[in-house]
Design a protein around this ligand. Structure first.
Ligand code: NAD
Length: 397
């Protein structure tokens, strides 16, 4: 297949592009390198030293004998650039990772709130409009998030995208309606992903676009089979207060002798998936496109759910680190339950990697190796959900 990977320089997009190229697909990465720009703006760096995009692509050519094309296009701002690239490549599939993806960054200030909405909604809408304008039948695979459903868990399993509800009219007649499972976004970033869902629903119905929306859990892990082939292919490992995910924060803290900073009670439950499974799931979704005219296919892309405290205890049991409870910068319930179906990927044969089985390897392979690049100043969360929150500090090592 000819596949365009939008956001293919990012944490999920880069290893996905490599895997698809290895599988024999003709891959074009489209990225405006905004994550690298934001790193500069925040004064942070990936723990792993990530090569610039030209070096990455040259290294891939060297080790695999395959080439990946790259185009620097801002798909939110440059509609004409995106449309002419789509017309030139005429892709069979487009994988859409190209959004501002950090919830804390989206809550930092008015500018980042506006940027996140402008960037994410325009990126998604431009892509949909261009596919319609060019009359392309490419299968669109979008990376959404389990986080759109919020974390007020009531013990009921979150289905894959849709909910049947019973309605009745004033005459007492009853009927069943299938609706998008209600979202309850907990940040401007998650709000942008909730709005994406409505755009997909409209264009699938109105223009018969073929769309798969993957509702992904928090991705952990760094390397995949392909990114390990050369140092210049290494994937990013973000651990700063804005872009770093909770597990990465715990790992760098543990390896560098700091206590694990658990926000609030740590009773918040989240969905997790390893980066190698992200890549596998995207490949599986590409291999099983929905037929034209079908509603948006929504698949929950998660391996397991764990409480933040549970994850901290797991890291502590491997590394011997202590736990330290700090103020939670987010506005959320102190604790919640979370159950979500991952039936579709299970049925397609996915046997996911679990935290308890692969965490030690991750610690040694990545975090120990690059510990000399660790900067403790960037770890505390600086983005506060409400004015009442207090900024965090990293407790002493
Ligand atoms: P990332 O920031 O590392 O990658 C996104 C890439 O998109 C970056 O390289 C960035 O430069 C690019 N980009 C952003 N806006 C763009 C634009 N307007 N035009 C062109 N390129 C643009 O993020 P990631 O962690 O790889 O996430 C990828 C996708 O997966 C996101 O949509 C995110 O919402 C989703 N997701 C990620 C996680 C996770 O834990 N990382 C969890 C759930 C969902």
């Amino acid at each position: 297949m000819r596949i365009m990977v939008l956001g293919g320089d990012g944490f999920c997009g880069w290893p996905t592009a490599l895997r698809l190229s290895r599988d024999g697909h003709e891959v074009t990465i489209v990225d405006n390198l905004s994550h690298r720009r934001i790193d500069g703006e925040l004064g942070v760096e990936s723990l792993t030293p990530i090569a610039d995009i030209d070096e990455r692509l040259a290294a891939w050519q060297r080790v695999s004998g395959r080439s990946i094309a790259f185009r620097n296009v801002d798909i939110a701002q440059d509609y004409d650039g995106l449309r002419s690239l789509l017309s030139e490549v005429d892709p069979d599939a487009v994988v859409h990772f190209a959004e501002q993806r950090a919830a804390p960054y989206s809550m930092r200030n008015s500018a980042t709130k506006r940027y996140t909405i402008d960037n994410n909604i325009n990126a998604t809408h431009n892509l949909l409009v261009a596919l319609v304008e060019l009359d392309l039948d490419a299968h669109l695979v979008h990376l959404g998030t389990m986080g759109v459903y919020g974390y007020s868990g009531d013990g009921f399993e979150i289905p894959e995208g849709y909910l049947d509800v019973s309605v009745s009219n004033t005459e007492g007649q009853a009927a069943t309606r299938c609706i998008l499972y209600p979202t309850q976004p907990g940040s401007v970033y998650h709000l942008s992903k909730s709005l994406d869902q409505l755009l997909f629903q409209f264009y699938a119905r109105n223009d018969r676009l073929r769309i798969t929306d993957l509702h992904q859990g928090i991705v952990w892990g760094t390397q995949t089979e392909e990114t390990r082939l050369d140092d210049a292919l290494v994937n990013r490992f973000d651990y700063d207060g804005d872009y770093g995910t909770v597990l990465n924060r715990f790992l760098v803290e543990a390896v560098n002798g700091y206590p694990l900073t658990v926000h609030g009670s740590g009773g918040q439950t989240r969905a997790f998936i390893n980066i190698q499974d992200t890549v596998r799931c995207v490949a599986l979704a590409l291999a099983h496109p929905p037929p034209r005219g079908e509603r948006v296919r929504i698949i929950n892309q998660l391996a397991e759910t764990q409480s933040v405290k549970g994850v901290a205890e797991l890291v502590a049991s491997i590394t011997g680190a202590q736990l330290a409870h700090v103020d939670n910068p987010r506005k959320e319930a102190e604790s919640n339950s979370l159950q979500a179906s991952n039936q579709t990927f299970r049925t397609l044969g996915l046997e996911p990697i679990l935290l308890r089985d692969a965490l030690l390897n991750e610690t040694l392979e990545v975090v120990e190796r690059f510990k000399h690049r660790f900067n403790p100043d960037v770890v505390p969360a600086r983005s506060l959900w409400t004015r009442e929150n207090r900024p965090g500090v990293l407790p002493d090592p």
